[in-house]
Ligand binder design. Structure first.
Ligand code: SF4
Length: 298
């Protein structure tokens, strides 16, 4: 790839008069040795899976195997049909769609890791709801996925994208950064604005620990995806309005790396701290273990 930082990404795209998505598609084709058509088709297939996951979570039973989570996306959708959501209808829909995909993941359905399974709801939540709202065709959204991919590539190469390495800031935080930058581009913003959105978004999740109850990607992961979609929209709006990340986005990525490196192991997907070790978190796991043992005996 011809870029390693977000600044380089914005500079090259500006100099070559390309969107981040167009540039990433070309770079990916060059790296893989496949044609841009082939790369595009592969990404288009991923987008279909994302749309299917949104639909599945809104229409089928997403109760997870543990029984701890499921059907919250449907709760939010039916709440929306009877009330005016505090965050507004569009953000609420993005939130519901993100919950939906995350619940499909927790109930062993098919999702695309963006960048990981734990944070798989945020990009589809933002993209699919925006597609419905603005009437965009799939092609546009697929190009948006290439933008998101370029941003994820920089974060992954300079910091972390997994909770086990850098806490939830790395997983959910990265997905929010990817979705917000891509959303700026989808709305017609410049590469520089897209990069500012990434910094604005990441700042808001710095230090977020990874503390899944029982090590299952359910509590608090699913709701964090819902919140993540709303945050991504907020960061995109700020950047489109001209708000800049006062600390350059690459430096924010660096702080994420430092914070993740300094994070104790108990906050990095081990389920040994945080919400996983609250009295309720522990009790949930004890009950699950008891159920499992009695099932094993039968
Ligand atoms: S809490 Fe951990 S497992 Fe859950 S979404 Fe965040 S990083 Fe992933």
């Amino acid at each position: 790839m011809r870029f390693r930082t977000l600044q380089q990404l914005a500079e090259i795209c500006t100099a070559e008069n390309k969107s981040i998505g167009e540039f990433m598609l070309e770079e990916q084709a060059r790296e893989s040795g496949r044609s841009t058509d082939q790369e595009f088709r592969k990404m288009a297939d991923y987008y279909q899976v994302m749309k299917e996951a949104v639909h599945k979570g809104l229409t089928e039973d997403t109760t997870s195997r543990s029984g701890l989570t499921g059907l919250d996306a449907q709760r939010v959708m039916s709440y929306m049909s009877g009330s005016v959501p505090a965050v507004g209808e569009e953000a609420c829909r993005a939130m519901a769609f993100a919950l939906s995909v995350s619940e499909v993941n927790a109930s062993m359905g098919r999702i695309i890791a963006t960048p990981t399974a734990g944070s798989c709801g945020i990009i589809p939540g933002v993209f699919v709801s925006a597609q419905q709202r603005f009437g965009w065709d799939d092609q546009r959204l697929v190009m948006g996925l290439f933008s998101a991919g370029a941003i994820g590539y920089v974060i992954a190469n300079n910091s972390f994208v997994s909770g086990a390495e850098g806490g939830c800031q790395a997983e959910v935080g990265s997905a929010i950064g990817m979705a917000s930058g891509a959303m700026v581009e989808l709305r017609g913003g410049s590469p520089a604005q897209a990069v500012h959105a990434v910094g604005l978004a990441l700042k808001n999740t710095l230090g977020l620990i990874c503390d899944p109850v029982g090590g299952l990607v359910e509590i608090p992961c699913i709701v964090r995806n819902g919140f993540g979609a709303v945050n991504a929209l907020a960061a995109a709006d700020m950047a489109l309005a001209g708000v800049q990340s006062a600390i350059p986005s690459d430096e924010v990525v660096q702080v994420m790396y430092e914070a993740g490196s300094a994070m104790p192991a108990k906050y990095r997907e081990t389920a040994k701290g945080g919400l996983a070790q609250t009295p309720t978190g522990k009790q949930m796991m004890q009950e699950l273990n008891l159920k499992k043992r009695s099932k094993d005996k039968k």
